[in-house]
Design a protein around this ligand. Structure first.
Ligand code: UP5
Ligand code: MG
Length: 187
């Protein structure tokens, strides 16, 4: 299928770093399809899937859903999109996610965006978001941040070591962050 030869950009950053916000801007200017792994998992819960209850409890604990489930949802979404350029937001969250995606999708990212932002700013943003996400409470947020540091930062460092990381200061206003993001997609 067409998506097997796709261009993929992974978008990483702590909870509330602006991954979703910036991806929405990118798709307005460039011909990418935005796939949020978190949104796909939340849709899977709502769909009444046999894995729904398990996914729900993993998300409320701020932990990482088994790679097979997330990779399957991502591959299905790529296949259904009809596009061949994807922003994959919030994935891979650990080394296992990264390796399973490489082995199953057989795609390596063109580059990896990393939204760097201090924890206190992330906390402020998440606690102000108020969109009814069950993981937007202070207890779950602390766990999400811990998992980010312990499991996702190693993935960030891996991409840095192979020269694919594009680190962006995400603590600035979103219009300013997007100026830096836009430059990366234009070049
Ligand atoms: N905001 C955005 N940019 C701003 C700026 N520059 N200045 C000021 N405010 C800014 O933004 C968050 C809030 O901040 C919004 O109110 C926004 O207006 C404001 P958003 O763009 O939503 O940030 P984002 O990084 O997308 O935050 P999100 O909460 O979605 O990040 P998470 O990584 O925590 O959530 P995700 O949906 O990716 O994952 C949720 C859970 O699903 C995970 O914890 C995990 O349990 C599970 N999951 C997996 O198990 N596997 C996966 O592969 C993916 C998810
Ligand atoms: Mg998001």
């Amino acid at each position: 299928p067409r998506w097997k030869k796709s261009t993929v950009v992974f978008v990483l950053g702590g909870p509330g770093s602006g991954k979703g916000t910036q991806c929405a801007k990118v798709v307005q200017h460039f011909e990418y399809t935005h796939l949020s792994a978190g949104d796909l998992l939340r849709a899977e819960i709502k769909s009444g899937s046999e894995f729904g209850a398990m996914i729900q409890s993993v998300i409320v604990e701020g932990r990482i859903v088994p790679s097979e489930i997330t990779v399957k949802l991502l591959c299905k979404a790529m296949e259904e999109s009809g596009n061949d350029k994807f922003l994959i937001d919030g994935f891979p969250r650990n080394e296992e996610n990264r390796i399973v995606f490489e082995n199953v999708a057989k795609i390596e990212p063109a580059f990896v965006l990393f939204f760097d932002c201090p924890e206190e700013e992330l906390e402020k943003r998440i606690m102000n978001r108020n969109q009814g996400r069950e993981d937007d409470n202070i207890e779950t947020l602390k766990k999400r941040f811990k998992v980010f540091v312990e499991s996702t930062l190693p993935v960030v460092r891996y991409y840095e070591s192979i020269g694919k990381l594009r680190k962006i200061n995400a603590a600035k206003p979103s219009e300013e962050v997007f100026e830096a993001v836009k430059d990366l997609f234009s070049s």
